[in-house]
Structures are given as structure tokens and as C-alpha cells.
Ligand binder design. Structure first.
Ligand code: NAD
Length: 368
């Protein structure tokens, strides 16, 4: 089965969808791999590392499977053979023209952001693998953007107090941010709307910010808070935000703009020199003053809102992403033959286009 890995064509993308160490495992499945020369350059993986692993350099002609990190352009889709199978992040809502092109070209496209977050699919969950790295990096950004140090330090002239780092949104990225800030010596606190996160925050050595309001309603779903409860939550959060040296925000709602979880007045009351690392910049940011892709001064604080953070960690991000792809493709190959089992929930939920149809409801709405 011929597999092709083209060079990424989107700006500022340093990752590559296959690293040499994963090639052998794909070959064992019966895949015959070719790569566009230079595809690994931005991740500092030279062509020779691939050819040493038995990958040939080529143009992708006749490829049945294609691996990408970022969505192809409409022109890229035109280069793909009809009926070929693409694995890539797509984010259909942002890319209606690409979805349409994939549909018209009858590409079977698996969108990595659609892989269901069930236990069986954990190895295929590229959102989680990339988020873990982004969370780690966010703590480093906090450390290097502050004009103070994170750990306690004892010197001949006395000791320095450790910094306080508050992480809001303690999912995959948030927990790694907490763990990393802890390793750097900060005092760490985590907050999330999901109460079950409390134990996870504690397990990495953090304190959970308890707002005193339980938002769990019937059947375990979040319930609407009363006005009084909302005020109480805000008051508690304000205190923690304004005591922090660094706040790392990671809150996102799948398929929606990022929620604003810090208000302008909360920012104006922060410590002088405090920083916010806003990991939700891709979805517009977690504060009203965030400028995605930029670093801005906001009263006493500075807001850092980088885009595509994992591209900065291209080697490891590519490695984890390749392993996610390997796990997903493994579901589709049996004795060297491709077999798409649409009864399998993982395939059925992650497919975006197939045989000229858009198979995902949200994507259909975006294209219509
Ligand atoms: P995410 O990136 O969508 O969101 C990050 C965090 O922000 C989440 O924890 C969310 O609860 C939180 N958040 C949303 N709105 C908020 C608000 N207004 N204030 C504060 N926090 C807010 O989430 P994620 O990290 O991709 O995943 C979240 C969770 O899903 C994980 O921690 C995990 O428990 C679960 N998950 C399960 C699997 C699996 O079972 N295979 C895989 C991945 C994730």
C-alpha cells in the first residue's frame, strides 16, 4: 500500500507527519513509504534519516494513503488521486473550501481532531499528544517571560520567594503546564469547571481552586449557575488571579470560540509584572485583551498568546503525531490489505469525507 508524506505547505508549520523511527512499524503493516524531499527539514530531520529507514524520496504519484499535519490547500487536494485516503488535522469550520475540494475529489479524509476521546482511541488522540507538549511549553514561556524566577532561591543576601502559577483549564495541556511549573519550583494552583479534575491537579502537586460552588447537575452534566453563585465563583477566581505571578489559560470548548474566563477588570487588578500565557489563542483567546499570535501589555500585566505552539517542539510533536497516525492506520490494515470497517466507532467518527460525501454534520453545516 503506497503511503506518501508531502512537505507541509502551511506557513509556520515545522512539524512533519512521519518521523523515521515510526517508518519501520508502518512498513511492517505492508506500507510502502515515500516522502517529498525536504519534508522533515523544518523539524531538522534530514532526508537521509528517512532513506536510512527505507523510505524513498518521491512525488506522491500513485499514493493511496497521505499523511499530513496541517490541512492541505485546495491546490494540494487537486494533486491527490481520486479515492486516496488522507490523514490530517482539518478543522472543517475554518476550512470550508478545503472540505469541499476533498469532497469533490472523492478523497476519504480522516480528520485527526475528530478522533473520538474514548479509552480505546487514546493512542490515536493527536489532540491530546499535541496538547501535552503545548502545556509543557506554556510553563516554559511563563518562566522566561516573567521578570522573576519560579523557584525559591536561597542566596547570601537572603531568599527569594517562589512564584505562584495558576492554571485555568486543567485538561491535558493544563495538567502538563502544572507539572512543569512544579518541576521548575513554582507554587501551583489549578482550576477547571469539571470538578473531577480536582484529584488530577492534586496528583501533580497542585492545589485545586475551590470556588465553593458545585456546578454538577443532573446526570453529571454542568448546570446553569444562579447569579449569586456566578458572583461567588468570580470573587474567588479574582482573588487567585490577582495573587498569581503567572496565569496559564487553556480553556476551550470543542468547535466553539474560546470562552473568556478572565475579565478586563480582573487583569487590571493583577500584580505588576504578572503574565498571562493564553494557550487558547487559536480559538480567539481566554481573555478579551488577548491578541492571538502576539504579546501585548495589558495594564499591569503582559498577555502572551502564541499560535501553533507545538511547532516549536517539532521533533517530539512530530514523533507523537506519527505514533497517533500509526495507531489509527493499524485499525485499517489487515494482512497488508486496506479494510475500512465503518462499524468501528473510531473510523466512523473521525471520517470527514468519503466517496464524495461529507460524513460529519458540523462540517456539512460549515460548507453549506
Ligand atoms: P480542552 O482542550 O477542550 O479544554 C481544556 C480544559 O479547559 C478542559 O479541562 C475544560 O474542562 C476546561 N474548561 C472549559 N471551559 C472552562 C471554563 N470556562 N473555565 C475553566 N476551565 C474550562 O480539553 P482537553 O484537555 O482536550 O480534554 C479535557 C478532558 O477530556 C481531559 O482532561 C480528559 O479527562 C478528557 N479526555 C479523555 C480522553 C480519553 O478518554 N481518551 C482523551 C482526551 C481527553
Amino acid at each position: 500500500i503506497p503511503l506518501y508524506i508531502p512537505r507541509e505547505t502551511r506557513e509556520h508549520e515545522k512539524r512533519v507527519a512521519l518521523v523515521p523511527s515510526v517508518a519501520a512499524k508502518l512498513q511492517k503493516l505492508g506500507l510502502d513509504i515515500s516522502l517529498e524531499s525536504g519534508a522533515g527539514n523544518a523539524a531538522r530531520i534530514p532526508d537521509t534519516a528517512y532513506t536510512d529507514a527505507g523510505v524513498t524520496l518521491g512525488t506522491g504519484e500513485g499514493a493511496k494513503l497521505i499523511f499530513r499535519v496541517q490541512p492541505p490547500s485546495v491546490e494540494d487536494v487537486a494533486q491527490m488521486a481520486e479515492g486516496s485516503i488522507l490523514f490530517s488535522f482539518i478543522y472543517a469550520q475554518r476550512e470550508p473550501a478545503v472540505v469541499k475540494a476533498l469532497q469533490e475529489r472523492k478523497i476519504t479524509c480522516f480528520a485527526m481532531e475528530l478522533v473520538p476521546r474514548i479509552t480505546r482511541a487514546q493512542a490515536m488522540d493527536a489532540l491530546s499528544s499535541q496538547a501535552a507538549l503545548a502545556g509543557y511549553y506554556a510553563a516554559l514561556l511563563a518562566a522566561t517571560n516573567l521578570n522573576r524566577i519560579l523557584p525559591m532561591m536561597t542566596t547570601a543576601v537572603g531568599s527569594l520567594r517562589p512564584a505562584k502559577v495558576l492554571v485555568m483549564g486543567a485538561g491535558v495541556a493544563g495538567l502538563q503546564a502544572l507539572a512543569t511549573a512544579k518541576r521548575l519550583g513554582a507554587m501551583i494552583e489549578g482550576y477547571d469547571v469539571r470538578p473531577e479534575v480536582k484529584e488530577q491537579v492534586q496528583s501533580v502537586g497542585g492545589k485545586f481552586v475551590d470556588t465553593g460552588v458545585n456546578a454538577v447537575g443532573e446526570g453529571g452534566y454542568a448546570r446553569e449557575l444562579t447569579d449569586e453563585e456566578k458572583q461567588q465563583v468570580e470573587a474567588v477566581l479574582t482573588r487567585h488571579i490577582q495573587q498569581a505571578d503567572a496565569v496559564i489559560t487553556t480553556a476551550s470548548i470543542p468547535g466553539k470560540p474560546s470562552p473568556k474566563i478572565i475579565t478586563e477588570s480582573q487583569i487590571m487588578g493583577m500584580k505588576s509584572g504578572a503574565i498571562i500565557i493564553d494557550l487558547a489563542a487559536e480559538g480567539g483567546g481566554n481573555t478579551p485583551l488577548t491578541k492571538p499570535g502576539e504579546t501585548v501589555e495589558a495594564g499591569p500585566a503582559t498577555i502572551v498568546a502564541p499560535l501553533n505552539i507545538t511547532s516549536n517542539l517539532a521533533e517530539h510533536a512530530s514523533e507523537l503525531y506519527s505514533r497517533n497516525l500509526l495507531a489509527l492506520v493499524s485499525l485499517m490494515v489487515e494482512e497488508g490489505e486496506l479494510k475500512l470497517d465503518w462499524e468501528d466507532e473510531v473510523l466512523a467518527k473521525s471520517v470527514l469525507t468519503h466517496e464524495g460525501e461529507i460524513r460529519n454534520e458540523a462540517a456539512r453545516a460549515a460548507v453549506a
